[in-house]
Design a binder for this molecule. Structure first.
Ligand code: AMP
Length: 120
């Protein structure tokens, strides 16, 4: 799947759309989900143009991958959910129900968020 430069997160990264930024570094941006599914719902995205987890792990540099993983733990700490716990999810492709074709991790917490997923 080729990268669509017009997707919502690409537009946020270009500054064409606003976001409620939580943290940022050279390679990664974290911001609040616009339609939160839990008391804490943060999205972490790479600044590079990667469609999904497979694209990112195949094509991103080790530095980008490291920054991305570290940012997840960092923003969990900023949100105050390190001790209480949280879930990290990345939806990928059709079966994964990915809506925005730019890699993102959902960080969900701030309360008990229930069992993993319903069976298909
Ligand atoms: P996914 O189904 O994994 O692709 O999730 C996409 C997520 O992006 C959803 O949770 C949306 O609520 C969220 N979202 C869509 N547009 C925006 C936006 N402009 N700012 C923040 N989050 C957004």
């Amino acid at each position: 799947m080729s990268y669509d430069q017009s997707n919502i997160f690409a537009r946020i990264l270009r500054g064409d759309l606003p976001c409620k930024k939580i943290a940022e570094d050279q390679h990664t941006l974290a911001f609040e989900d616009i339609n939160p599914q839990a008391p804490v719902h943060i999205l972490v995205i790479p600044k590079g143009s990667y469609v999904d987890w497979s694209d990112f792990t195949c094509n991103a540099s080790v530095v980008e991958q490291s920054a991305f993983v570290k940012m997840i733990g960092h923003v969990a700490g900023l949100a105050g959910i390190t001790e209480s716990g949280y879930r990290v999810i990345s939806n990928s492709g059709n079966d994964g129900h990915q809506e925005v074709p730019h890699l993102h991790m959902h960080i969900l917490g701030g309360g008990a968020i229930g069992p993993m997923v319903s069976r298909c």
